[in-house]
Design a protein around this ligand. Structure first.
Ligand SMILES: Cc1cc2nc3c(=O)[nH]c(=O)nc-3n(C[C@H](O)[C@H](O)[C@H](O)COP(=O)(O)OP(=O)(O)OC[C@H]3O[C@@H](n4cnc5c(N)ncnc54)[C@H](O)[C@@H]3O)c2cc1C
Length: 287
């Protein structure tokens, strides 16, 4: 466990999170900036962006590099890990697959998932549905499991599960040439439909048939926000916020695509700024 208590933890280093981290550093706050992939892999795919003021016709990759370089020069602590759980108390405890961190306040800037939750998924989180094989894999040792992967991160998770599970159905939702390291991993072309089971996972229905599995690992670029912090109030698939970007959980703010439409860079950077100023106000108010 890191001994430092950060002033602000920012989860996600896309435009919203980078904007929040930059302003927090300008205001001299200590910042833990979590990013489990690259800086906004989504935006890096954009061929040319022509509606962000002052950066005409800029490739997404170049824009993200400029934003990340600017923010990192201000000195946030960049932590290249995935936040898998958050516990709210006097401070906030953030769990990643191998570490624990502590912060006084939080800004969620996790973007929006490109894949909707599956039918049955929400009710069985922690009862067979997991978002992190490294964290929960051992609970499914010697049991059949499935990995539904929306990003390449799923391939590492499948390789790990292949060491400890007799059958791992790997169901990628993107184009891949993935070659499993273990024979127990079977690559399947299928669309997942429903997580089966009432008290715990008993299977997965797909358009290619039903799979008997006891664990289902789902790897998206962004997990649904309420799976990180269950007490978070949602507005459909989005985090509910007020004009200060405050959520219903005291000390937790949210910004960018995760709070709703329009999904645009200018909105994300603006909300990141407002969210972190609110977070700073929260810390100062507690002194
Ligand atoms: C192809 C394409 C073209 C686009 N073109 C435009 C355009 O021309 N103009 C425009 O304004 N907008 C455009 N957009 C939309 C724009 O990309 C988004 O509005 C913007 O990226 C939102 O920023 P964000 O920071 O809220 O989320 P994101 O950019 O999605 O960033 C979220 C970050 O959080 C990280 N993350 C998520 N969960 C965790 C976790 N648990 N732990 C650690 N890290 C985590 C993710 O890896 C990601 O890097 C385009 C989008 C796409 C896909």
């Amino acid at each position: 466990m890191s001994e430092q208590i950060f002033d602000i933890a920012i989860i996600g280093a896309g435009p919203a999170g980078l904007s929040a981290a930059l302003t927090a550093r300008v205001r001299n706050k200590s910042v833990a900036l979590f990013e489990h992939m690259d800086f906004s892999p989504k935006l890096q795919k954009a061929h040319a962006i022509n509606n962000y003021l002052g950066m005409p016709m800029t490739a997404g990759k170049d824009m993200m590099k400029q934003m990340a370089d600017h923010c990192l020069a201000a000195g946030p602590t960049l932590i290249r890990e995935k936040v898998t759980n958050i516990y709210a108390g006097d401070t906030f405890t953030l769990l990643t697959p191998n570490n624990t961190y502590e912060a006084k306040t939080l800004v969620l800037a996790i973007g929006v998932s490109n894949a909707a939750m599956l039918s049955g998924e929400k009710d069985l989180v922690g009862k067979g549905v997991s978002y992190c094989a490294t964290c929960d894999g051992m609970l499914y040792r010697d049991k059949p499991v499935a990995v539904i992967a929306y990003t390449e991160e799923g391939e590492h998770e499948a390789d790990f599960l292949g060491e400890i599970c007799p059958v791992v159905y790997f169901i990628p939702q993107y184009k891949t040439e993935y070659q499993p390291k273990h024979q127990s991993v079977q690559v399947m072309k299928a669309r997942p439909q429903t997580v089966l089971g009432s008290d715990e996972v008993t299977g997965l229905a797909t358009d290619a048939g039903e799979l008997k599995v006891e664990g289902i690992f789902i790897l998206r670029q962004s997990d649904p926000a309420e799976t990180l912090l269950p007490e978070l109030e949602m507005d459909g698939p989005f985090v509910k916020v007020n004009r200060d970007q405050a959520t219903n959980v005291s000390g937790v703010y949210a910004a960018g695509d995760c709070t709703g439409k329009p999904w645009q860079i200018a909105r994300a950077t603006g909300e990141g700024l407002v969210a972190v100023l609110s977070a700073i106000g929260y810390i100062d108010g507690k002194k």
